[in-house]
Design a protein around this ligand. Structure first.
Ligand SMILES: O=C(O)c1cc(=O)[nH]c(=O)n1[C@@H]1O[C@H](COP(=O)(O)O)[C@@H](O)[C@H]1O
Length: 233
């Protein structure tokens, strides 16, 4: 059976927990995501630990954001770990996104548009007036123009971003919350079914899975729900 297009965010306090979560969810999902918390604590070794014997795709979410020369060097430094996906901030500008893409042949560079934790009011405070969708579309076009093959946006903007960049770009959506989810600290959210129906290619889901008593069962249930949304997947 095809694994569900979910990247489980392994935002764990220690390596043992992350590796355990990865082993539990890997039969059900296509990807696991390593972020700043784990990478800054354990460094490159964390990738092999969560990849384990299954060889699951690893999404390295470092959200690089610096001058192009520094981002290119940082990208080369992590490229040897062979993550399937690496994040950079689109707000770093076209030269920075291009530098990352050129430094990492074989790795999908995903440009983060506007963080899903930011609301309209937050964006106004950092000088981005207007609906988040406007900034997301602008950053999406910038990043794809610079060579990014993937974008990170909230599920609320998937339809607009798809219209902006066309069918060939992978759209990755965090801010995914199943109905009744207790974790509500993201500003721009939608259910997994809605995100997928709107055209997202990969759903990033963390605490709704990893906070469950049985993360493996939670991942299996979400995967089954998504199969009902897209029966052919
Ligand atoms: O790049 C990301 O993965 C990301 C971008 C974004 O805009 N919002 C966002 O929440 N994320 C990540 O997605 C994950 C969401 O986790 P949960 O909120 O627990 O589902 C976290 O690991 C975040 O770092």
């Amino acid at each position: 059976m095809t694994r569900a297009p979910i990247a489980v965010a392994l935002d764990a306090p220690d390596l043992e927990t992350a590796a355990r979560w990865a082993a539990l969810v890997t039969p059900h999902v296509s990807t696991v995501k390593v972020g700043l918390e784990l990478y800054l604590r354990y460094g490159p070794d964390v990738i092999a630990s969560v990849r384990g014997a299954s060889g699951v795709r690893v999404f390295l979410d470092l959200k690089l954001h610096d001058i192009p020369n520094t981002v290119a060097a940082a990208t080369r430094a992590v490229a040897r770990l062979k993550p399937a996906i690496l994040t950079v901030h689109a707000a770093g500008g076209p030269a920075m996104v291009k530098a990352a893409v050129e430094a990492a042949p074989g790795i999908q560079v995903a440009a983060v548009t506007v963080l899903t934790s930011l609301s309209d009011a937050d964006l106004a405070k950092i000088g981005l007036q207007g609906p988040p969708e406007d900034a997301v579309r602008r950053l999406a076009a910038l990043a794809v123009g610079a060579g990014a093959q993937a974008l990170v946006c909230s599920p609320q903007e998937v339809t607009a971003v798809r219209a902006e960049v066309g069918p060939g770009v992978t759209l990755i959506t965090p801010g995914v919350r199943p109905v009744g989810s207790a974790v509500q600290d993201q500003a721009r959210v939608a259910t997994p079914e809605r995100a997928l129906a709107d055209g997202a290619d990969l759903l990033v889901i963390g605490r709704p899975i990893t906070g469950a008593t049985d993360p493996g069962a939670a991942a299996a249930a979400l995967a089954a729900a998504l199969r009902r949304t897209l029966p052919e997947s």
